[in-house]
Design a binder for this molecule. Structure first.
Ligand code: 5GP
Length: 252
């Protein structure tokens, strides 16, 4: 094992600097919700998130989008390129859920045109949102605020929005084949020293996506296979994570 220095502890990952300058992610079994107020550990969670991040990074690369993924180096470890992480998180929504529904119920936000005013409604053309990355609590930010704060240029923002749209197309269609609906997800991006924008952090894990069983949805139920199981006390997180892992990675 190469020399590694612990440089950060995230909500679910430990982050190390390798002696060649790369970053090593250690996916732990930790889970947190509500900005860290609710915490626990669940067996197999680290393996599931590491395995699914590897799965999606490889598929997204194959589809021509650049990512910071280098290689999986163990059941719960991944080597990635060391990027300057951009200060906004990008959220793509296909269905009304989570904080979007909460903000709508409080009258803080309008739903995109053509979207029914109910939890679980399809958002016909999808919806893109941005939240802060480096503030104590993530909060939604407008395009104007991102540009005014010079967090990104207009060109970079457009590029990153297009990349997120393509990532949604790749994941949504692949998941549909497994009878899973991708309700929403969060991604992060980073810049190489040359200024190239790459997909960063992790992608397509049940920590950062809402996955719903399609058959249950048709029956009018939300069967979550993601962190909502923990957020809403909907059962055993290990079991839900292993199920989504098996369904996504199984052949056919
Ligand atoms: P919401 O805004 O509805 O809480 O979240 C929208 C989507 O982004 C959900 O799939 C949620 O899991 C993901 N998401 C939002 N914030 C975070 C975060 O800080 N970390 C991770 N891993 N995912 C997030």
């Amino acid at each position: 094992m190469p020399f590694m220095k612990l440089i950060g502890t995230g909500k679910s990952k430990d982050i190390y600097l390798a002696d060649n300058g790369d970053i090593i992610f250690e996916f732990t079994d930790r889970v947190t919700a509500f900005d860290g107020a609710k915490k626990a550990e669940f067996l197999h969670k680290g393996m599931v998130c590491c395995g699914l991040a590897e799965y999606w990074f490889k598929l997204i690369e194959k589809e021509g989008l650049p990512t910071h993924y280098e290689e999986r180096i163990g059941e719960t470890r991944m080597r990635v390129a060391n990027l300057k992480i951009l200060p906004v998180e990008v959220i793509w929504r296909n269905y009304v859920a989570g904080s979007l529904w909460r903000r709508f119920e409080k009258g803080e936000i309008r739903l995109p045109e053509g979207t029914d005013a109910r939890e679980g409604a399809l958002i016909p053309n999808g919806m893109l949102e941005f939240t802060t990355k480096f503030e104590v609590v993530d909060r939604p930010v407008s395009i104007k605020e991102i540009l005014d704060a010079k967090w990104m240029t207009e060109k970079e923002l457009k590029h990153l929005s297009e990349m997120t749209n393509k990532i949604n197309d790749i994941m949504f269609s692949q998941l549909l084949r497994k009878d899973i609906l991708l309700a929403d997800f969060k991604v992060e991006f980073g810049k190489t020293p040359e200024g190239k924008i790459l997909l960063a952090d992790e992608v397509g894990t049940p920590d950062g996506c809402r996955f719903w069983d399609r058959h249950a949805y048709i029956r009018g139920e939300f069967l979550s296979l993601d962190k909502d199981v923990f957020r809403k006390n909907k059962g055993d997180l290990s079991q839900a994570y292993l199920e989504i892992y098996n369904r996504i990675t199984s052949q056919g």
